[in-house]
Design a protein around this ligand. Sequence first.
Ligand code: ZN
Length: 256
Amino acid sequence: MLFDSHAHLDVPHFDEDRKELFKKIEESNVSFVVNPGVDLETSRNAIKLAQEYPWLYAAVGFYPQETRYMDDDMLVLIENLAKKDKVVAIGEIGLDYYWDRTPHDVQQYWFRKQLQLAIKLNLPVIIHDREAHGDIVQILYEEKVFENTKVLMHCYSGSASMAKELLKHGCYFSIAGPVTYGNNRKAKAVVEAIPLDHMCIETDSPYLTPLPFRGKRNDPTLVEHTARKIAELKGVSFEEVAEATCNTAKKIFGIK
Ligand SMILES: [Zn+2]
């Protein structure tokens, strides 16, 4: 039983063979997938897919680089989508200082607004943090997010010490394919620092394909490779990682 906490199955990369892929997922050891939106259209499409497939759930929100297209009306539309059946989180939202298309203050403004929305609706948040660790943490504290809802750091790329600090506030972390790339001392320290009851696994499909398939399109059936690497780094069995991370994700997203 594996839970892929983050896969973009609505994107055009899957248009040609989505039906076949979904059949393959249903026959695999993957039992649940969460499909986050990155803007209004992808949020709508994620819901549409989730309502069609029982194992698929949706999250809605504006990805940091897309927030330059946001306004108050858009926020209302996201709120309406968030109330629909099969929507289990607000996401992915956050800050991305790697790309330069959207000014930092614009990203921060809409990050705060979407955090406030999640708290209002009592939904967990899926956080995208790229080269913005300090500001992400500060805003999560200022908006009192940890006190009011669950926080999942998607494709966690911070340090082990930052993870330990955030764990004190009950934060959750999702580990993606890059953990399988090479002999990474930092990745090992991060995986060791996070207990399985605060860890999820994800593919971030169609991106970040784990070894041995790096370079090919990613899909949820490959999340197993990330789970196996975590088991190796933690010195526990694959089954333990699969079951524990599945339970963690079910708890975060309120799935029975
Ligand atoms: Zn994503």
